[in-house]
Each structure stands twice: as structure tokens, then as C-alpha cells.
Design a binder for this molecule. Structure first.
Ligand code: HAM
Length: 420
């Protein structure tokens, strides 16, 4: 007989309450950090004309292998977004907001990758983009924002890798030197890298194949070819990072997986995670992307961090755990249930999160549910309390357990005292 149950599609997963609440808390914390630095929230569609994402590069896996593309009922060729930078720049070009335009975002991205730990086909990113200035102060501000966010979560084992990929004035000379070098060593390269070399020499540096590593290690590096202006820009970024006490490693072979980058590029690696999933986020400048998408020449800079990966790193480092409980107070109503409804509404209106049991269960059964909920406090309303205009407060967690009866009129005040 045909199987009649379904599971989430390969490479996707259901994130259930608890873990999903933890993810929401992380996104909210990020939104707050971004807002404080002057970034407004932006929301763009989950799908775009596929042309928007073609700009990520003809030789990148994201474009050649991983796009979830489809034709809609009118034959439009669309794609689920594999990342948000191109979509945000498309929105910038469409709406022409005043510059500098500083925005932050969050949401799911879609890449048809080979699923493994920390690598999904639907995954979540948080990120920022700043369009309209190439001031190195913006590069440093953006890198610092991500760095400080990791620190705020409690992550200690994060390394910042920094590079400059040059600009159109200096990159051609570098590409020539790199292409010459790689051609001289063609026989030692993997078949895939030999092919990649024909399309984009820089991409070869991104190869993770074992057999390519010795050749990549000896390859010429972009930082040796930077023009005076680009070198000065890179020095400016480093100077501000130094002033902000943000440690970084210059990683001259860091090229990243997308083709739009110019000048500053960076990645955050977790030393708590294995190599296949240690990239916690990354970004850089993309000074030609707006013009490429039909807009005015507008420099841009940003990053995206992988939410799923960050949470794995948090697990590994034992920080930013799932909340113990979703609620502050569990209401136990032994009078039939209506009191729980009334008190629950009152407390929620006062900003206190509550839960309760249903189906007029016994007091004992309600206490079991209360314990399971993880709520630190229970309030108990029995027939006696109801008649006397009282309510009992009991602590459910922690060393010292309290059990007192108070006037119902003082309940909110008493609970708030215990919640701080
Ligand atoms: P990206 O390096 O492709 O950059 O992705 C950023 C982060 O998203 C990665 O470091 C990783 O943490 C996470 N990530 C990527 N693919 C997956 C996956 N399949 N499963 C789980 N997590 C994943 C970008 O997307 C650029 N838009 C960053 C940027 C913004 N550059 C400039 N502005």
C-alpha cells in the first residue's frame, strides 16, 4: 500500500516550540542591535525574477546548481531567494531611497545543497546592508556589529577572517598573475578546479578539495596587488577595527562563494564547529552590484549570518539556550476553569505571560502540567480562595519554595515583584 504519511522535504526541518522561540529571541536580539546602529528593517519577497540572482555569478554553485527556480502560471522565470543581498539591492534600485540606506533583514533562504549537519535547503539568515557610501568606517561598523552580536550571545570561539579582493583598477593584474600561476600548475589541480579555472580563476581559491590545497597555498594573493587607493581603504577598515579592539586574521585567500564582492570581504568561523559547518556568517563590499542591476553606481556593503549555524555554535559553547519556559505564571484553577480564563486575561493584559490546564482536570493533574511547563510560579485558585477574594502564589522552581495566600486585587503587583 502507498505510504500515506508525509515528512518535511529533504534538507528542511520543522522547528518546534522551544527551539523556534529561541530562534525568534535571537532574531529579535539582532534586530535590536541593528536598530541601535541606525539600520531599518526591510522585507522583500521570498521569490524574485531569476535575473536578480544571476548576478551572484555564473561560476558559483549558488547559481549553477542550487537555485530553486520555477516558471509561474504566466511563464515568468522566478527563483526562491538563495540570499538577500541581490534582492535588497534590487529593492534599492527600484525605490531609490535616500543614501546612505542602512537596512537589516531576517528570513529563510533556499539553496539546493547536499544536506548535512548545519547545511539545509531552507535555512535562516540575519543580515545588514548599507548602500550609498564606500567610507571604510561603514565596513568597520558593519563588521563590528556582527562581532558584537556574537559576543552578546556569549560566543567566545569565533574568529574573524578578513581580506580585500581589490577593485576593477587592480584586480585584472592580479587575475592575470593568478591565472598564469594556476595554468602553470594545471596538472596538479582537481578536474573540477581545472574546469573552474576556465570560468573564473578566483573561484579556484574557494575549492575545498584536498588535492588543490598545496597549489592554492602557494598562489599569488590579492593583497599584494592592491592599488594605492584600495590598499588605503583596506588600511582604513583595519585601523577602525583596531580602535574598536576587534581581533581579526588577514586571510589572503578568502574569496567567498559569491561573485559580486569587491574590496573588503570577511567571514566569521567558529572554532567550536567542524570545518564543514564552521562558517557562521560573512559578507563584504559589492560596489558594482547596484549598477549591474540597472541602478545608479552605488557602493554597498553588508553581511549575512546563518541563524541555524549560530545556534549550533551556541549549543556547542553552552550559551544562549532555549528558554526554560514560555510563560511566567501557570494558573491552576480548581473551581472549574472560568477563573483561569479571567485571571489569565488580566495578567496577560498586564504583560505577564500565562498558561493553564484545560478540561477541568484534578488539582494534582494541573500541578503536573504546571511543572512540565517550566513556569517559575503557579497561582492557585480553589473554592476557598474564590470565596475569600484570594489567590495562592507558589514557586515551582528554584531552591526556596514559597507558598502564600494574597488578596486577588494585589496579584499583579505581587507577581511583578517576583518576576524581576
Ligand atoms: P553566504 O556566505 O552565502 O553569504 O551565507 C552567509 C551565511 O549563511 C553562511 O556563513 C552560513 O552561516 C549561512 N548558510 C549559507 N548556506 C547555508 C545552508 N545551506 N545551511 C545553513 N546555513 C547556511 C551571503 O548569503 C551573502 N548574501 C552575505 C552578504 C551580505 N554579503 C554582503 N552582504
Amino acid at each position: 500500500m502507498a505510504k500515506s504519511t508525509f515528512e518535511s522535504p529533504k534538507g528542511t526541518r520543522d522547528i518546534l516550540p522551544g527551539e523556534a522561540d529561541r530562534q525568534r529571541a535571537l532574531v529579535n536580539a539582532f534586530g535590536e542591535v541593528a536598530r541601535r546602529a541606525g539600520y531599518g528593517h526591510v522585507m522583500t519577497p521570498m521569490f524574485e525574477d531569476i535575473g536578480v540572482f544571476k548576478r551572484l555569478g555564473d561560476s558559483t554553485d549558488v547559481v549553477t546548481k542550487e537555485m530553486y527556480d520555477f516558471h509561474d502560471k504566466k511563464g515568468r522565470h522566478l527563483a526562491l531567494r538563495p540570499e538577500l543581498t541581490a534582492a535588497v539591492v534590487r529593492a534599492f534600485v527600484q525605490h531609490r531611497p535616500a543614501i546612505p540606506w542602512k537596512v537589516w533583514y531576517e528570513g529563510p533562504q533556499f539553496r539546493y545543497e547536499r544536506p548535512q549537519a548545519g547545511r539545509y535547503r531552507q535555512f535562516s539568515q540575519i543580515g545588514v546592508e548599507a548602500l550609498g557610501t564606500d567610507d571604510p568606517a561603514v565596513d568597520a561598523e558593519i563588521i563590528a556589529l556582527a562581532w558584537n552580536f556574537y559576543k552578546q550571545l556569549g560566543l567566545q570561539q569565533v574568529t574573524l577572517l578578513l581580506n580585500s579582493l581589490g577593485d576593477p583598477t587592480c584586480r585584472p593584474a592580479y587575475l592575470e598573475a593568478l591565472t598564469t600561476y594556476l595554468n602553470e600548475n594545471l596538472d596538479g589541480l582537481s578536474e573540477q578546479s581545472q574546469y573552474t579555472l576556465q570560468v573564473n580563476a578566483l573561484r579556484v581559491l574557494d575549492s575545498k578539495r584536498e588535492e588543490d590545497q598545496a597549489i592554492i597555498d602557494q598562489a599569488p594573493v590579492m593583497v599584494d596587488f592592491l592599488s594605492p587607493e584600495t590598499g588605503e581603504h583596506f588600511a582604513g577598515v583595519r585601523r577602525v577595527l583596531d580602535r574598536l579592539d576587534i581581533p581579526y586574521e588577514i586571510s589572503p585567500r578568502l574569496v567567498r562563494g559569491l561573485d559580486y564582492y569587491t574590496r573588503t570581504t570577511f567571514e566569521f568561523a567558529s572554532t567550536a564547529l567542524p570545518g564543514s559547518q564552521n562558517a557562521l556568517g560573512g559578507g563584504g563590499r559589492y560596489d558594482a552590484l547596484a549598477a549591474d542591476l540597472g541602478g545608479p553606481d552605488t557602493p554597498g556593503m553588508g553581511f549575512a549570518l546563518g541563524v541555524d549555524r549560530i545556534l549550533i555554535a551556541c549549543d556547542e559553547e553552552g550559551v544562549f539556550g532555549a528558554p526554560d519556559s514560555l510563560v511566567d505564571v501557570f494558573i491552576i484553577d480548581a473551581t472549574g476553569g472560568d477563573e483561569a480564563a479571567v485571571v489569565g486575561a488580566e495578567l496577560q493584559a498586564a504583560g505577564i505571560a500565562t498558561d493553564r490546564a484545560y478540561d477541568a482536570r484534578s488539582m494534582r493533574a494541573q500541578f503536573k502540567v504546571a511543572d512540565k511547563s517550566g513556569a517559575p510560579i503557579a497561582i492557585v485558585i480553589g473554592d476557598d480562595e474564590l470565596a475569600a477574594g484570594q489567590v495562592q502564589i507558589r514557586t515551582l522552581q528554584g531552591e526556596t519554595r514559597e507558598q502564600i495566600s494574597i488578596a486577588r486585587s494585589t496579584l499583579i503587583e505581587e507577581l511583578k515583584k517576583r518576576m524581576t
